[in-house]
Design a protein around this ligand. Structure first.
Ligand SMILES: [Zn+2]
Length: 152
């Protein structure tokens, strides 16, 4: 049996109306899982995978960086890469109209539904999975159930 460990890494704020105010604490919460009981989220997950000799694929949502800059995105990607894990693309187009510079023409509101499934399905069948022959074979063998699982 083959098991794929995948993780969606994304930052959500409490409200689109208060992004500037909420982003710093939301970033800390979603990425570092800071709490009174300790830090969890991404670093804890990476540590657990490392302790058990496991590999995972981390689907990182990058569009928030179009609003808040690349530094936070680089922090996320750096943590994952330093841990020897794989980074792949995960898009939440709800961020598109929040970008400081327009990402798409004629986007003036939240348009999630048409975009959410298409990029995820496409991205999970390309990239380094297809470039690596061994992974390509396992990806091909698992591609249908994997896609179905991801789209639910
Ligand atoms: Zn997501």
């Amino acid at each position: 049996m083959n098991v794929l460990l995948t993780f969606d890494i994304e930052v959500w704020c409490n409200s689109w109306a208060t992004l500037e105010q909420d982003f710093p604490t939301s970033f800390e919460r979603y990425v570092f899982g800071r709490s009174e009981a300790g830090d969890f989220a991404l670093p804890k997950t990476l540590d657990i995978l490392d302790r058990h000799g496991l590999k995972g694929v981390f689907f990182v949502e990058p569009l928030f960086a179009a609003r808040f800059g690349l530094e936070s995105l680089a922090t996320i990607v750096g943590l994952i890469q330093q841990a020897g894990q794989e980074v792949q693309l995960h898009l939440h187009p709800e961020w598109t109209d929040e970008a400081r510079m327009p990402l798409l023409p004629n986007v003036t509101g939240k348009t999630a539904a048409p975009f959410v499934l298409q990029p995820r399905r496409a991205d999970r069948t390309r990239g380094s999975w297809a470039k690596n022959a061994e992974r390509g074979r396992s990806d091909a063998a698992l591609s249908l159930p994997f896609r179905q699982l991801r789209l639910q």
